[in-house]
Design a protein around this ligand. Structure first.
Ligand SMILES: *Cc1c(COP(=O)(O)O)cnc(C)c1O
Length: 234
């Protein structure tokens, strides 16, 4: 039976292979292990195997994990799900990163509510790159206005962009969306030199994302197996 440690290793091996095929250095691509719906023990197992960055989508579930796994040193928690304004305080207090910023009001609240004693919250703007209805993220042409707001906020550091393109098996379509993200990312970086994160690629489209310049892949299923159906989602 494949353990989480085995699957983590094979995800890292894939990143290495895809990077080398794309003539990139594997160290340019970080792996975020997406642990939503998975129990604390699964996260501990990945941590013991060397993984340090974990992503969560649901506020309540995420906070519970952050608190109960606080003994795991060097762990870094990324919030990657939809965020409503009545939940920003909890996220500002417990997470290290928020990758799903799509509104000025949310950014402002996160900055206000970030505890003084903590480092600035590291943030990415989520982009609705495939222009899907009912999909999270800002339109590409709204990225720069939001970036300007974030840049002016004292307790946030703008690190880059995140996207979940329309689901497709077609490599050509995957790469079209990822290439558009890479172009936006390069333009953002030209204005804000601290920008170093292009968060694209998941279990099913990691190769295309790495070929198009991803610096962070967010991988759930390939590490932890299929999602649990009935976890608390709030
Ligand atoms: C669930 C999720 C992932 C991981 O998806 P997999 O296909 O399981 O790898 C990545 N990013 C976001 C924003 C997610 O919600």
């Amino acid at each position: 039976m494949l353990t989480i440690a085995n699957r983590l290793k094979s995800a890292l091996d894939s990143i290495q292979d895809f990077a080398q095929n794309a003539k990139r250095h594997p160290s340019e691509i970080r792996l975020l292990a997406v642990s939503k719906t998975k129990p604390n023990d699964a996260i501990k197992e990945a941590w013991k195997a060397g993984q340090r960055m974990f992503g969560e989508n649901y506020v309540q579930e995420g906070i519970q994990k952050v608190q109960s796994l606080s003994e795991l040193s060097d762990i870094e928690w990324h919030f990657i799900g939809p965020l409503q304004s009545n939940k920003t305080k909890q996220v500002a207090e417990h997470f290290d990163w928020v990758q799903s910023i799509e509104r000025e009001k949310i950014a402002e609240r996160l900055s206000q509510q970030r505890p003084e004693a903590k480092a600035p919250l590291q943030v990415c703007i989520q982009v609705n790159i495939s222009d899907e209805e009912n999909k999270s993220g800002v339109a590409p042409n709204a990225v720069f206005a939001l970036a300007e707001t974030i840049h002016a906020l004292p307790n946030l550091t703008l690190r880059g962009l995140m996207a979940i393109p329309a689901n497709t098996e077609s490599k050509a379509e995957q790469k079209q969306a990822f290439q558009a993200m890479h172009d936006l990312y390069k333009r953002l970086q030209a204005t804000y030199p601290q920008v170093d994160t292009l968060s694209i690629g998941m279990s099913g489209d990691m190769q295309s994302a790495i070929e198009c310049g991803s610096t962070m892949v967010r991988v759930g299923t390939a590490i932890f197996g299929p999602r649990e159906a009935n976890s608390a989602r709030q």
